[in-house]
Design a protein around this ligand. Sequence first.
Ligand SMILES: [Ca+2]
Length: 534
Amino acid sequence: MHPLRLPSVLLLCTSISLCTASPCQDLTNIRFTSVVGRLTLGATILAGTNFTGHTAEPSFNSPQINLPASCRAVFTVATTSDSTANAEVWLPENWTGRYMSVGNGGFAGGVNYPDIVWSLRKGFAVMSTDTGHQSSQGDGTWLSNPTAATDWGHRALHLTTLAAKEIAEAFSRCEISKSYYAGCSTGGRQGLNAVQRYPTDFDGVLVGSAIPWQTHTAAWQTYVALQQYPSNKSNPSYIPASMWATIAAAVLSQCDSADGVEDGIIMNPARCTFQPEVVLCSNNSTMNCLHSAQVENLKRMYRPWLTSSGVLINPGISHSGEASFSILMNQRTPQFGPIFYGYAVVNNSNWDWSSISPATVALADEINPGGANAYNADMRPFADRGGKVVQYHGYSDPLIPTYNAAAWYDRLVGFFSDIGRGGEVPAFYRLFTIPGMGHCAGGPGAWVVDGAGQGGIVPKTDDARHSMIWSLVEWVEGKAAAPESVMGTKFVGDTVGDGVAFERPVCRWPGVAEYCGGNVTSAGSWSCPTVGVY
Ligand SMILES: [Ca+2]
């Protein structure tokens, strides 16, 4: 067999019928021109068949059923002279000409099959990489290797994207029409880093529940739980996991109805002035209540963390995610932040978490492990070539404070304002906050918005009005104006087959949907305020 070579003139995929797919198995003959790499498997996926992955991250291995006809291409690229990243690109038989890379989550090293299939079903040629290592999302021990950290930080995604684009075009014998990215959590950070470092990789980037300020938010995750570590269980300030439901109920009772509807959703947590003293133990009650040291510990979680001179280290957490606070606060081994600091910053697996301080954060900023921070607001190279970003964040996120998204957006607007271009930001960048959504998915709100990391649950209607990704696509491709809102969906019991419980608009930051009267489950009873040029 002859090596597959790209024809000198590729057809632009304006019509599927113009593109004639190569045999999938022939892809192993491809010779990459943009990277050093090797394609090891081209496997035809027959329509209606199933697939289960075998990665180190269990959530990536959920069974994918009733797949569309496609080609699964497995490949490896060299990220340095002695390191590699593994990846797969799945190519639908009925290709729309659109390409997408999807991201990872936490420290996960593995191909993200659920997000591949989410995108594949929409007609994208879609790629995911293990970012150069094999691990579950909670395992960051490999971060002590700077090469592995850089691959995870930004490099592996870039190089595998270049290779995947070559594969998509070789397979279809067509040019990619537009390139997209979608990811949540670490995946959101990866997307922002791609925009900042490799502004020509993507035309549209969907950023979910991101951690753009990696060094700071990881420090906050360590700091905020200091009184909650296993070694502190006997301290008077320790809040046991069993108390979060009580605290969540107290927050709801004070703030739920402020938006005009008592429905278990706090539409605007920024307006919630929760007084934790309502759950303070009295002489008569010592059960299901907090002592004063615990109340102080709780208050500290909501406050921004500042240096002694008042400089922001990281925003505090928003009200309304309390029922899920155990994810950070009551683990046998502290998660995420302490792992990042222990292995990537101080490189000492016996690091004493309680020593975290502004000085440790300054050290992390100086190192910027793996180049992971995606906090460079100079996005001009991306914006000036017509690139667009849609970012969203749950307003009940218990892991990455929602106000991190707001702080990042402020920084972006600040940079562009300083160079006299502040009004241009909404022309290429839109931020949305989703009331009652936790981290990437779940919660009492209308959280199904058709983003990455939503477990394959998609809106009933697969269109731009109900979908973050289609809003972005139509905006990028000039088929619709920049989105002002996207309709979120809540399914009964979060089960698609049980029907839609309600729909509610997700509005552009800093707006949230306002109740205008009528049936509260009807989308038409809610509207977004006008945000203007902000
Ligand atoms: Ca409410």
